[in-house]
Design a protein around this ligand. Structure first.
Ligand code: FE2
Length: 302
């Protein structure tokens, strides 16, 4: 017995912690800390974990840290596969209706790629089914954007990026930087990419396997488009017919990002597949975005 009033409220551990943090002043860090710790206490109350289960969580997080290094970021993979990375991207890069959605760049982007001319062939080893891509860069009103810088990168016909396979693929295979012409067009040759699986041999892969999930990514091309006066667009274009199109491990698939890789008759002697795309950029000035979004007509081609 402490002799105090029987009605005196004894603070919970969480309330005590919040008071201690609050006594040190306000900050973004303090707000985030209290919010995250509060959710953790809610989870404990809901799930009533055993001490062994808590140890299992700590062992998992320790394993994630030990698996991460300069070449492999298991923490990023964890944030990606639970959908948090995509949520944060959506908050920070909102796009009005009619604009091409922004998505994560993924781990295989390289900024140091060579400039290539129109109609260049991105394939440096000639392996895979030839694909011709015809791209148009437009603004929200449908006007072409000339001199846009278009960076392209994608996996090969085996689902591997050149920087995953430095001994098997030529450097800069299936990637490059091109510029749009006066009509906003970019045209290039490449090969049809294949979907791939993210690393499943680490703690994140083992967790998802235990849940019966895979780390599959449907086949796609990556684009980053930079143009004066517009917000930079980082996005994917997915093969609509890929068998994994409904279970992208990174939650990047949106209806606006589905495309048809059209097979062409073999007798033509040209590429095996063709792809026509349009990417719609948003002005850098937010006021222009609002005006353009209001004037955008539903169903307009994009
Ligand atoms: Fe990718």
């Amino acid at each position: 017995m402490d002799g105090g009033s029987p009605d005196k409220h004894v603070p919970t551990v969480l309330e005590d912690l919040v008071l201690r943090v609050g006594s040190q002043g306000q900050s973004r860090l303090a707000t985030a800390f209290v919010a995250i710790v509060g959710r953790a206490h809610d989870l404990v109350a809901e799930l009533q974990p055993s001490t062994d289960e808590l140890k299992g969580v700590i062992d998992f997080l320790t394993d994630v840290g030990h698996t991460a290094d300069a070449r492999r970021q298991e923490w990023v993979l964890l944030a990606d596969v639970i959908g948090v990375s995509t949520r944060v991207e959506d908050i920070n890069c909102p796009r009005p209706e009619g604009a091409t959605p922004n998505t994560l760049p993924g781990p295989f982007y390289r900024a140091d790629v060579p400039d290539l001319p129109q109609r260049a062939n991105l394939s440096r080893d000639g392996l895979g089914d030839p694909l011709e891509v015809r791209l148009r860069i437009k603004d929200l009103d449908g006007h072409p954007i000339q001199q846009a810088q278009v960076e392209v990168w994608h996996a090969n016909a085996l689902g591997r990026y050149e920087n995953q396979d430095p001994d098997l693929q030529p450097e800069f295979n299936l990637r490059g930087r091109l510029r749009s012409d006066a009509e906003g067009r970019v045209q290039f040759q490449t090969v049809k990419p294949r979907g791939y699986a993210l690393p499943e041999d680490g703690p994140v892969g083992r967790l998802l396997t235990a849940l019966g999930l895979r780390l599959e990514r449907p086949a796609h091309l990556h684009f980053r488009v930079t143009a004066a006066g517009f917000q930079t667009l980082t996005t994917h274009i997915f093969d609509r017919h890929d068998p994994a199109i409904d279970r992208d491990a990174l939650f990047g698939v949106r209806p606006e990002l589905l495309a048809d890789f059209r097979a062409l008759p073999a007798a033509t002697g040209g590429p095996a597949y063709e792809l026509d795309l349009c990417l719609v950029l948003v002005p850098a000035n937010p006021d222009s975005v609002a005006r353009s979004a209001q004037s955008h007509l539903p169903g307009k081609e994009h």
